[in-house]
Design a binder for this molecule. Structure first.
Ligand SMILES: Cc1cc2nc3c(=O)[nH]c(=O)nc-3n(C[C@H](O)[C@H](O)[C@H](O)COP(=O)(O)OP(=O)(O)OC[C@H]3O[C@@H](n4cnc5c(N)ncnc54)[C@H](O)[C@@H]3O)c2cc1C
Length: 277
């Protein structure tokens, strides 16, 4: 497919980990109390999508699935230079696992229309499975490049570097393709003045906002409610446990040989008594 490209980027709103969201009595995250933020990993996907548009031309559409407040991250994406946003929001999606999420996003992506490149984050900071991108590619019948740390588009083919243990693979893919972007990719640029100004206008005008951000439900995208939410989720969370605050004392050791350092750290941490050698 020749440039200009139709570029999709998938973004998710997650609880801000610094906000101490807490858990509901049933062990699920108390999302209502948590501060919300754009999934940090999706910032790299956003950068990759905007970079593609800047270098090769095209239009960037940010797509999210989540409750109504997720519109905030689509606004944020607009501030960075995305052209439009689509939010899939429907109460029947509550308790969706990755299988149901990927199905619902598949129906949404198909509904939005033609695409050449789809960018996803590597993983999220709440679900943290890194399954949604690959599952979505599978449902769309697309080639996928995961853990992508860099890429360029030449002759309508993507030339990518994919991180593997101890190095990287060079992969070439035809378009359309789905790419999950590693957090060693370039950090997200500052918001654009034009984007920030446009969002300020949209915040004052609901009708104008609808031209840029469309909220859709399962019926509109033609998704089967039986395959979404709890009904469509074979994953069962058997139990959730709060492990307490992460923290404690930290000490720095430097300037000796590795052997001395290991010995020092073992002494300091009182780990020695647990070791048999
Ligand atoms: C049994 C179960 C019940 C759950 N119930 C709820 C619930 O009631 N409410 C709730 O909010 N969550 C719920 N979750 C969590 C939520 O469904 C998962 O977060 C979701 O399936 C995505 O998986 P992940 O976060 O691991 O994404 P990953 O696979 O780690 O994400 C990879 C990338 O996929 C894309 N992506 C992932 N999710 C979305 C999305 N929603 N929109 C757009 N792009 C996305 C992003 O680009 C992201 O970087 C539940 C999970 C399970 C297992």
């Amino acid at each position: 497919m020749p440039a200009p490209y139709e570029i999709f980027v998938l973004v998710k709103q997650v609880p801000d980990q610094g906000s101490k969201a807490g858990l509901n009595p049933d062990g699920t995250i108390d999302r209502a109390k948590a501060k919300r933020m754009l999934n940090p990993f999706d910032r790299y996907a956003l950068q990759a999508a905007l970079h593609t548009k800047k270098c090769y031309g095209g239009r960037v559409t940010a797509i999210s699935m989540g409750p109504p407040p997720a519109v905030e991250i689509l606004m944020e994406a607009l501030e960075h230079g995305v052209d439009r946003g689509v939010l899939l929001s429907d109460r029947r999606l509550a308790a969706s696992d990755t299988l149901a999420t990927a199905y619902a996003l598949f129906k949404t992506v198909t509904w939005v229309g033609r695409f050449d490149l789809i960018f996803c984050g590597l993983q999220t900071t709440d679900g943290d499975t890194a399954q949604v991108g690959p599952q979505l590619a599978e449902r769309l019948g697309l080639p996928q490049i995961t853990y992508c740390q860099d890429f360029k588009v030449e002759d309508d083919k993507v030339h990518a570097e994919r991180i593997i243990e101890g190095g990287y693979q060079k992969l070439i893919s035809e378009l359309p393709v789905l790419i999950t972007v590693a957090n060693s990719y370039h950090p997200l640029d500052y918001k654009s003045f034009r984007g920030a100004w446009r969002v300020q206008q949209l915040l004052r005008n609901q009708e104008e906002q609808k031209k840029y951000i469309q909220t859709v439900d399962l019926d509109l995208v033609g998704a089967d409610p039986e395959r979404c939410g709890l009904k469509g989720s074979p994953t069962i969370v058997a139990a959730t446990e709060k492990v307490g605050e992460i923290g404690g004392n930290c000490s720095m050791h430097e300037g000796h040989s590795p052997t001395d350092l290991v010995s020092e750290v073992l002494d300091a941490s009182k780990l020695k008594e647990f070791l048999t050698v």
